[in-house]
Design a protein around this ligand. Structure first.
Ligand code: CTP
Ligand code: ZN
Length: 155
């Protein structure tokens, strides 16, 4: 529990709090959620805030929005310790740790221009999830954890 002295980012009424994000990943979380400030939703971001569990953490609070499973799947790749808190009427009504899927499809695009998933073929991108990144199932190119956000297919 955070007391009022330590609270750096104000509470939200309805929406999602993505907590325990690895320090330095908050902007990538925003990229994954397609948040660039133009859609009008209220978003609060804390970076490098003290955390008992992680030492330092980032935190992202999005008003009026709940996340899709595929968004949570991608978040798990860059923020494996994150918890997703659903807030309704100021209360946390659901709290889930992200779970890394074994594979992700149609979410990340392969950075290898010659990969068949980038050719003019009806082939969905598909990656196997590794401990520190993902590997293209077609050409075996590896996208490291810190490169995932730059290779998103969703936005
Ligand atoms: N939170 C918020 N707005 C609310 C309720 C909660 O922004 N109306 C935030 C809290 O500030 C916290 C996160 O959502 O960062 C989870 O809230 P809570 O479960 O109450 O906190 P903790 O018990 O500290 O969570 P954990 O055990 O996951 O660390
Ligand atoms: Zn590939």
């Amino acid at each position: 529990m955070t007391d009022d002295h330590q609270l750096r980012v104000s509470k939200i009424r309805n929406g999602t709090v993505i907590d325990h994000v690895a320090a330095g990943q908050a902007l990538n979380v925003l990229a994954i959620l397609g948040i660039d400030g133009t859609s009008g939703e209220a978003v609060s971001v804390g970076m490098n805030v003290p955390s008992d569990r992680l030492g330092r953490k980032d935190i992202v609070k999005v008003e009026g929005r709940e996340l899709s499973q595929s968004e949570v799947d991608v978040l798990s790749l860059i923020a494996p310790a994150a918890s997703i808190n659903i807030v309704r009427d100021y209360d946390v009504v659901e709290k889930n740790r992200v779970v890394r899927p074994d594979a992700v499809a149609s979410i990340i695009s392969c950075p290898n221009r010659n990969c068949i998933s980038n050719a003019d073929e009806p082939i969905r991108s598909r990656f196997t999830v590794l401990s520190d990144g993902v590997r293209c199932d077609y050409c075996e190119t590896i996208v490291r954890e810190d490169e995932v956000a730059a290779n998103l297919d969703v936005n």
